[in-house]
Design a protein around this ligand. Structure first.
Ligand code: NAD
Length: 247
């Protein structure tokens, strides 16, 4: 398969020591996880404000948890795709490699990535409403809805960032710090609408990084990116890898 611009991007990466990557829902779409804004996007079937806000959870925790239980079941039954796997491989190749993701699905970790900044949390973690303690929870389906804290019995919530909530300041600071240091930033499968994640590539660019976007569709970032590779991440990343590592 020939995709225009792949070889020059591989050359840029070959010379890079510090690489940052921002991923969005698009990277998991080839695994079968719906994006939010695509044609089969999650918000076409559900209203975000009914399900992914603190108000919605206060109003009807059972409804919100039923939706998360459905999403967890869907994700539990899919596998990381070649795009996730290529990024996991590159973590071992580049001297500095940081993976910043907006995804909550945990597929990067399942593919083997270890240096991950999860901007929007993780669907496989829950947070106690009383003690704020965060625990992993892999039950799918959940044993009770809403699920309860194993230590105090209070209801737990998904450890994800909802509409109207702030990101973990420590995670965000580390993400911006990585973007200010990187020589190359790859932006993969994000519509670049959700802030503050969408600012990260602009921040990297202002700090002198080469910004490379991989997405089948144009985004608000496309015109300012140094390189824009049009296509699916699961096709393009393994192709870049062939030029980069010869394997
Ligand atoms: P988005 O749904 O707004 O945009 C997805 C983008 O991916 C689009 O620009 C689309 O053109 C692109 N895309 C689709 N298929 C692709 C492919 N095969 N390869 C490369 N790109 C592809 O997603 P977003 O920008 O991440 O922002 C939405 C929010 O949705 C984030 O906060 C995220 O937490 C949340 N979300 C996460 C998941 C997940 O964890 N898998 C799924 C849905 C939504």
């Amino acid at each position: 398969m020939e995709i225009e611009g792949v070889r020059p991007v591989a050359e840029i990466l070959r010379k890079a020591g510090r690489v940052a990557v921002l991923t969005g829902a698009g990277i998991s779409s080839e695994s079968g996880v719906p994006t939010f804004r695509g044609k089969d996007g999650l918000w076409r079937q559900f209203r975000a404000e009914d399900l992914a806000t603190p108000e919605a959870f206060r109003r009807d925790p059972k409804l919100v948890w039923e939706w998360y239980d459905w999403r967890r079941g869907l994700i539990a039954n899919v596998e990381p795709n070649p795009a996730h796997k290529t990024l996991a491989k590159w973590e071992k190749i580049f001297p500095e490699f940081i993976l910043i993701t907006q995804n909550v699905d945990g597929l990067h970790a399942r593919a083997g990535s270890r240096h991950i900044l999860e901007l929007h949390g993780n669907i496989w973690k829950v947070r106690c409403l009383k003690e704020d303690a965060i625990t992993e929870s892999f039950d799918s389906p959940l044993r009770e809805i809403p699920p309860r804290c194993p230590s105090c019995g209070e209801i737990v919530r998904p450890h994800v960032v909802w509409f109207g909530e702030s990101l973990d300041p420590d995670v965000l600071e580390r993400a911006f710090a990585s973007c200010s240091r990187c020589e190359v930033m790859l932006v993969i499968g994000t519509s670049a609408y959700v802030q503050p994640a969408a600012s990260l590539p602009l921040y990297a660019s202002e700090a002198g990084a080469v910004v490379i976007e991989i997405n089948p569709d144009p985004t608000p970032l496309t015109s300012s990116a140094s390189h824009s590779l049009k296509g699916k991440a699961g096709d393009i990343l393994p192709l870049i890898d062939q030029f980069l590592t010869g394997s």
